[in-house]
Design a binder for this molecule. Sequence first.
Ligand code: HPA
Ligand code: ZN
Length: 322
Amino acid sequence: DQLRNIVERMPKAELHIHIEGSLEPELIFAMAQRNGVSLAYPSVEALRQAYAFTDLQSFLDIYYAGASVLLTEQDFYDMTAAYLARAHADNVRHAEIFFDPQTHTARGVPFETVINGISRACHDSPVSAQLIMCFLRHLSEEEAIATLEDAAPHRDKFIGVGLDSSEVGHPPEKFARVFDRARELGLHLVAHAGEEGPPAYIRNALDILNVERIDHGVRCLEDPLLVERLVREQVPLTVCPLSNIKLRVFDVMGKHNLRDLLDKGLVATVNSDDPAYFGGYVNDNYEAAFEALDLDASHAKQLARNSFAAAFLEPEQKRAFL
Ligand code: HPA
Ligand code: ZN
């Protein structure tokens, strides 16, 4: 129909996509074969059938297992090129892509192998693409600091740092020093907060880590004072509708709060998070939310505007995309 056409065709930015979460089962099997890595699943179908999650941790366990096939620079290049081709088909004009170096360096893959492969695919794509390096919050702050040191020689290849993995029990304040250090390096700062964690994690990500955007942030609506602040300061929220259903943040899409976030004047955006695991790329996320929440063309335009408003781009670059 017409609304679907508008959503599909409008230029958009994607700001919450974990590149390891774009690795499709077919590519996992191809890489396992070419690298001689053995998998716990006999087939693509068996792996896909294991994608039945009950919460964030049940997803993370299988997501880290999938990433274990990535060994060479070409693997990182191929994964990233596949995502960018798919994003381009969805009319994504600009992507800010998360990567998780610690998932790979812990297996003996050098940091430079990871970043060089991902970065080269970004350069080769017609999509404007930038990288945000995430620290795994279930690991220590010392390990995050060591990762930032590993990354220092590659400072020109990424624009910011983020915080992902198991949220509850690993609050933002655990990473105060490494975020201070990243800020001194002139990096942009973001953090996952308020996906499974409480509103206090969103507030502390702002006050203690000084982040410029909140990834997910959907639990902010539990705290009206926080909502008031997020609106006043126009702090963007990178919302991921299909992820939130698959990880049971909301029971069904009809119960998702995206429409409320927009109605309250929050700078919400729509993103895919881990498209290979959650059943869709960015346009699938728009379409699932639009259908269930009865959103219209004005919401579509607002979400596209928000996606560029929230991007780490210069004003004239943003204008050129819209
Ligand atoms: N939350 C936390 N960590 C993650 C996610 C997420 O949605 N996706 C990949 N790592
Ligand atoms: Zn995420």
